[in-house]
Structures are given as C-alpha cells and as structure tokens.
Write a protein that binds this ligand. Structure first.
Ligand SMILES: [Zn+2]
Ligand SMILES: [Zn+2]
Length: 346
C-alpha cells in the first residue's frame, strides 16, 4: 500500500509499504486524514526517538472501518472512527490508577508501530472512538492534538483563571487559546514569531498579540498585568528561550505548563523560582477521558479547527515536512489525505 516512509532525519519518501495484518483484537481502518504533529516534526529534524527506521509515522488519524479480527464486536464497515494512538499496558501501577498517559510501557501507533501516513492502519479495537455525525473525518484528525491541550487544562486549571500567556501559536497554542477563552480568562496574551499565527490567535480569542521578533514578550506581557505576571503560562513552542520566558512571566504562585517537547537544555533561574513559589508542570498526552472531551468540543464547534488546517495529499508528504521544517508561512497544521479523490472534508 502507498505510505509515507521515514528513512532518517529530514528524509521521508512516498512509496510502497507492507499492508497491515489484522492481529487479534484489531480493526483495520482506511485512513482518511492524518495530521503532522509537532513531535513528528521534531523527530524529522533529528530529535532522538525510539521509533524504528525505516518506519511509517502519523499518530493523528481518522478514517473508516474496513475489517476486523475474529472476536472483535461493535463495528460495522464504514464506521467513522478516530484512533487514540497512545497504547498503554493496562497492568502497571499508573494504568491501574487511571493515569494511562503515564503508563510505564507506552507504545505509539505512528511511532514504535506503523501509523496513519498510509492508506490503511491496524488499530486495537479499544483504541478507536466512534465519531459523532457532526464531526468530519478531516476535523477528527485534530482530536489527538486537542486532547493534549485538554489534558494540560484538566490537570492544571482550578479556581478562577484571569490572566494567561500562551507562548507559541502552532496548533497546540491555538487550541490552548480557545480553551482558556472557554474557561473565561480576561487577559489572553499570545507571543509568536509568525504573523499569520498571531492573527489566527486573535481571531480565536487572544486579547493581545506580541510578535516576538519585534517586541520582548516578557516586557510586553508584564506591562499588561502592571508588572505582576500572569496566573498561567502555556508554553507551546518547546524552545529554551520560551521556557525561560514562561518562568519570568508568572505571578508569584503561578503555574507554567510545558506542552511542547524539545530537546534543547534550558537553564532556569531558581533564585527567582523558589521564593516566588512558581509551579513548573510537564504534561504528557491524554487519557481516554480527555479524548472523549476533545471529540465533543470539536463536534459542538466550541473549539474550532478549520482555521488551523491545510490539507495536502499524502503523496506530497515529503514536501509538507520540508515546508513545516523550513518556512511554514501561513501553514499551521498539515493534514495529509491518502485518497485525494475521496476528500474527507464531507
Ligand atoms: Zn500529536
Ligand atoms: Zn501501563
């Protein structure tokens, strides 16, 4: 079957890959749409990962059910589904306590296992979520991304949220802006270097936009809070400089959540962090509950995904990766579609 095959850093090709076998407990999906994740891009750019080479990536995908293994119940051909690609063991202490996102034995479909940059993918039945009619397959490819932001909020939001800074307005940052808008924040300041992303952030609810190429984000955002700092920072860029800004932007007792991965080492000033009781929090993917909520938020239109999406055929996947790695311009999130003629928009 046709797939996008990763060969090494900055090397992907469109070509033939072994069609997936349906193993016990699995369902075979015809992939309609698969997003390129920030993590895919980091690995493409050389971030170390335990993912095999050559390999088929793509963990943000939705499609329709074609077939299933003997003994699997509850599916019909043509069922529209989205995959929750982070497979957990169900047995370790974290799984047993409901923190499946922290499982000691995580395996990613589209990481360790072949994923959705292909015509078809085999997925354990329990990792598939059926889609409400109102949610198109193209939009459903964004469920995984939104679920990551939802998880960050479910873990870190409590009480009244008044002021928030979002650093980086890629897909994660733009979902974060919308979630804090839903949560009722009065001040939502976004810092970003790409003008189109800043404009999109404002369209989706940001109250202030800072172009980090022109202005100092720390100075600009502190000025909006009379120098006090914000309640919550969402760091969605994954760079040393934005992580440091996150710590500098917090009010005493505030929380910074680090959504983006990125291997760059980051010195943090602990002489400022300790006496101000700052909270620096990591966040790891999502649980099934976050996935369910993400599906509902996209289906209801409370969270918009269309302004983020650029659709490209899977065969142009190599060009899509290169575009995102070099100069994304007005492109925010690329959704690759294996079958251009059966456009997943409907
Ligand atoms: Zn992802
Ligand atoms: Zn586990």
């Amino acid at each position: 079957m046709k797939s996008l095959i990763s060969l090494g850093p900055r090397q992907v090709v469109f070509g033939d890959w072994e069609a997936p076998e349906i193993l016990p407990g699995q369902v075979l999906i015809e992939v309609a749409a698969c997003g390129i994740c920030g993590t895919d891009l980091h690995v493409y750019n050389g971030m170390p990962a335990s993912w095999p080479l050559p390999g088929v990536r793509g963990h943000e995908f939705a499609g329709t059910v074609i077939d299933w293994a003997d003994g699997v119940d509850g599916f019909q051909p043509g069922d529209r589904v989205v995959a929750q690609p982070l497979l957990y063991c169900g047995c370790c202490r974290f799984c047993r306590s409901g923190q499946t996102n922290l499982c000691a034995n995580l395996v990613l479909i589209g990481g360790e296992r072949p994923g959705g940059f292909a015509e078809r993918a085999a997925v354990p039945a329990g990792a598939l979520f059926k889609l409400p009619e109102k949610l198109s397959l193209k939009r459903a490819a964004l469920v995984e991304t939104l679920a990551t932001s939802v998880h960050a909020f479910q873990q870190n939001l409590s009480g009244i949220l008044r002021s928030v800074a979002v650093l980086g307005a890629g897909a994660q940052g733009l979902f974060a802006v919308q979630l804090v808008r839903l949560a009722g924040a009065r001040l939502i300041a976004v810092s970003e270097t790409l003008p189109h992303r800043l404009a999109t952030a404002q369209r989706l609810g940001a109250t202030h936009a800072v172009n980090a190429r022109e202005d100092d984000p720390v100075e600009s955002i502190l000025a909006l809070t009379d120098g006090q700092g914000v309640d919550l920072v969402i760091e969605a860029a994954g760079k040393a400089v934005t992580r440091q800004q996150a710590a500098q932007l917090l009010r005493p007792g505030g929380t910074a959540v680090f959504l983006a991965l990125g291997a760059e080492p980051t010195p943090i000033d602990f002489m400022s962090l300790v006496p101000r009781e700052l909270h620096l929090r990591g966040t790891q993917c999502y649980t099934n509950a976050d996935f369910v909520l993400a599906i509902e938020l996209l289906a209801s239109g409370e969270i918009l995904s269309d302004p983020l999406i650029t659709e490209m055929p899977l065969e142009d996947g190599a060009a899509a990766f290169e575009l995102l790695a070099s100069d994304p311009g007005e492109v925010i999130k690329v959704i690759l579609t294996p079958k251009a003629e059966t456009s997943p928009i409907a």
